[in-house]
Ligand binder design. Structure first.
Ligand SMILES: Nc1ncnc2c1ncn2[C@@H]1O[C@H](COP(=O)(O)OP(=O)(O)OP(=O)(O)O)[C@@H](O)[C@H]1O
Ligand SMILES: [Mg+2]
Length: 318
């Protein structure tokens, strides 16, 4: 549905997007991650035809955004960064206006506006001028304009930015539901959102694509992936370490905390050892030694560790 090939954008001497390629199929929700200034919004602006690329191409549902912009834009809804809208229109007036731009008329227009007001929880502000809306309601109004025509492709630049926790939850559920039958790209700085919503993740840093995979694959790259943490009551760290160090599956141990008779230890796996094997063997030692084990946890890895690793090492390399 979305095919991005070798997208490149310069602003003066600044290379904002550097040869980025990826594709998104129907049924996929792609999380677009990267530090501030990495080039996420610029890439999205090129995908949606807002900026022409200096190099590369974008095709939406088979239509080239530069050669066939009307057909490509008909397929797509776009929530831009900072949610721009016409301040002097009411929420309902703005949504009617957008629906008419999308060539809706009469009953179908009225129905689309009602549906989207309900889906985006805008009932209480429908007659309020946009310039008097709070940030969250403004964002939801702009979100509503992006989905009003039920497009097959959605490009959402930080869709939950500025929403309260309840609304974040609602909007994530909505995106998830829509993702089953659409191709969606969303940018975010909230890594838990990626876990909750996205089927695939790409990371962009200094304009370059530096990772592309399913969330579990990326998390598995974390240094903590497949490590085990355990809490033992009534044993000193030295006693615990002396036993666990004897296991071949253990590469190294870290004392995370030792106080009030409770010791928290992290065991990192040797090369090619699976987390399940490590936790089973650590558990076996605890049973044999009669330790009072209050917690045994297998870490699946953390996306924020991987994000920091990938995006800071690249900066170091200049
Ligand atoms: N219109 C413009 N003119 C000049 N430079 C620009 C313009 N738009 C973006 N840039 C620069 O391009 C780079 C990428 O910006 P972009 O807005 O795409 O980053 P981003 O990944 O969306 O960041 P954020 O997480 O802060 O939203 C930045 O260095 C930015 O200053
Ligand atoms: Mg941005």
């Amino acid at each position: 549905m979305i095919k991005v090939e070798n997208l490149t954008k310069w602003f003066g001497t600044k290379l904002a997007v550097d040869d980025v390629s990826f594709s998104v199929e129907k049924g996929e929700i792609l999380g677009f991650l990267g530090p501030n200034g990495a080039g996420k919004s610029t890439t999205m602006r090129m995908i949606t035809g807002f900026y022409p690329p200096d190099k590369g191409s974008v095709s939406l549902g088979g239509f080239d955004i530069e050669k066939d912009p009307v057909a490509a834009k008909l397929m797509m809804g776009y929530l831009p960064e900072n949610a721009p809208a016409y301040g002097d229109m009411t929420v309902q007036g703005f949504l009617k206006f957008v629906a008419s731009l999308r060539a809706m008329t009469g009953l179908s227009l009225a129905k689309a506006v009602e549906e989207v007001i309900e889906t985006c929880f805008l009932q209480s502000v429908r007659h309020q001028p946009i310039e008097t809306l709070s940030k969250g309601y403004l964002h939801r109004t702009c979100f509503a304009q992006s989905i009003i025509h039920d497009p097959e492709i959605l490009i959402l630049d930080e869709p939950t930015d500025g929403l309260d926790p309840n609304q974040k939850h609602e909007v994530r559920n909505l995106i998830k539901r829509m993702g089953e039958r659409k191709a969606i790209v969303l940018s975010t700085h909230i890594l838990e959102e990626v876990d909750a919503v996205c089927t695939r993740v790409i990371i962009i840093n200094q304009g370059k694509l530096v990772a592309n995979g399913v969330p579990a694959e990326l998390k598995a790259r974390s240094k903590l992936a497949a490590s085990v943490t355990l809490s033992v009551t009534g044993q000193a760290y030295t006693e615990i370490a002396a036993k666990l160090e004897q296991l071949d599956v253990v590469d190294s141990l870290v004392c995370l905390n030792e106080s009030d008779g409770v010791c928290n230890v992290r065991a990192l796996p040797s090369d090619d050892v699976k987390g399940d094997d490590l936790s089973a063997q650590v558990f076996g030692v605890a049973v044999t030694e009669g330790w009072k084990l209050t917690e045994l946890h297998l870490n699946e890895g953390r996306l924020d560790d991987v994000f920091r690793d990938i995006t800071t090492s690249d900066v170091d390399q200049g």
